[in-house]
Design a protein around this ligand. Structure first.
Ligand SMILES: [Fe+2]
Ligand SMILES: [Fe+2]
Ligand SMILES: [Fe+2]
Length: 412
């Protein structure tokens, strides 16, 4: 439980790692990690070093988060490379606005993010005025947003071309120049940036990209998270809402899991730091679900085999994403175990009994309690009493008997 201390003693670095984790999770596309946010952060920041070095911190984080408003889309946004297709889809058209809104919810607890929100709002405005959401043109568009547009388009276009990397870079630059979404000055700046060093390792190699992201983050001004005990809680809550926004029917789910599971943990007599850890894991338990296409999550009928496989993979991705970040590592084995079963029939690893960390066993019960009392496309909403009865029926099968007893006693 050593990792817990990172969460409590250094909320600052936990916060920045949470942003990176969210950006990584947003870019999970079924089996592939796309790292689109990371790529945009890298190229926009490299351009900013020359064009507006004072705004480097904001541009870096705006790059990571620029597509956060696209989280509810059925497909990852990079699958809409053409402006026409973007404009035809109301959800795509709204994503810069939604993204800015999500980011603006953070300033109450964290200074400086409103600039980032403005950049995100404008990241699809085109130099020619054909972009969205406001059809701004030329220098009406903030310079930082222009940098983001160039980096964003570059990353989307280069993915359309087959390897080798050098060819995809050239074709992407050509396409960017002919689309006129950026000023020729921006295209020139991007070309110069790409020409300074060989970009191939960063475009090809996940580890090189991760290293660079970490180095950049260390060099930037630290984001100043206000120093109150509830700050990190507020950030986690916001991220939980973002994760839940992926489905049309799970509003409030992660928040309720966090609440139920910390109440149960307390009833079981666990110490405060462990209770807090379980609550934080509750907020993030479904972060891996960001990789599951929305058409599957919201499907009213039964899933086919491939669809089931994708859904069942989400706790594994939750573990993978959280494990990647030192400050969040301690949450991975709790958060990613919410679908394991006491009898070993669960997923992703079929762990059994006390092989499953206690926090994971608690989350499993809290998850079921919420699922049974919420509206789902395949089932009618149940009462709390029915849900507790269901937990009792599955005592020692699906659930840890001790956790069921504590839950029934607490909510019964
Ligand atoms: Fe976008
Ligand atoms: Fe993008
Ligand atoms: Fe789940």
């Amino acid at each position: 439980m050593n990792e817990t201390s990172h969460l409590t003693t250094d909320p600052q670095s936990t916060f920045t790692q949470l942003i990176l984790a969210l950006s990584t999770a947003m870019d999970l596309d079924e089996k592939v990690k796309l790292y689109h946010g990371w790529q945009v952060a890298v190229w926009a920041s490299k351009m900013a070093e020359e064009a507006c070095p004072q705004q480097l911190t904001e541009i870096f984080y705006a790059g990571l988060l620029h597509d956060i408003g696209g989280i509810g889309l059925s497909d990852h946004i990079i699958h809409y490379p053409r402006l026409d297709d973007q404009l035809k889809n109301p959800e795509v058209r709204r994503h810069p606005y939604r993204g800015a809104q999500i980011i603006r919810m953070i300033p109450m607890i964290f200074k400086g993010l409103h600039h980032i929100a403005d950049m995100v709002l404008e990241h699809h405005e085109w130099w020619t005025g054909k972009g969205y959401p406001n059809g701004k043109s030329g220098d009406e568009i903030g310079k930082e947003a222009q940098l983001l547009r160039a980096a964003d388009a570059f990353d989307v276009y280069r993915r359309l071309y087959p390897k080798p990397v050098s060819e995809s870079v050239d074709s992407a630059l050509d396409r960017l120049a002919s689309s006129q979404e950026c000023s020729s000055q921006m295209v020139h700046l991007l070309k110069k940036t790409l020409g300074r060093e060989d970009p191939s390792p960063l475009l090809r190699d996940e580890a090189a990209l991760a290293d660079l992201i970490r180095q950049m983050q260390d060099r930037l001004h630290p984001l100043t998270l206000q120093d109150t005990p509830d700050t990190l809680e507020g950030v986690l809550l916001l991220f939980a809402k973002v994760i839940d926004a992926k489905h049309s029917y799970t509003a409030g789910h992660s928040e309720r899991i966090a609440l139920y599971s910390s109440q149960v943990a307390r009833a079981l007599g666990l110490p405060d730091d462990q209770v807090r850890e379980i609550r934080y894991a509750g907020y993030l338990h479904d972060i891996g679900k960001l990789s599951v296409p929305r058409s599957i999550l919201d499907k009213p009928g039964p899933l086919d085999e491939e669809e089931r496989r994708l859904v069942k993979n989400h706790p594994r991705l939750t573990i993978e994403v959280l494990k990647f970040f030192p400050a969040l590592r301690g949450l991975a084995q709790i958060a990613g175990r919410h679908h394991e079963r006491w009898d070993g029939q669960g997923y992703p690893d079929g762990l059994k009994g006390e092989e499953i960390p206690l926090g994971g066993r608690i989350l499993a019960v809290a998850d079921a309690l919420d699922a049974l009392t919420s509206d789902r496309p395949y089932r009618k909403i149940g009462t709390f009493k029915e849900a507790l009865q269901d937990l009792r029926t599955n005592r020692s099968k699906q659930f840890d008997p001790r956790v069921v007893d504590a839950t029934v006693e607490l909510f019964g």
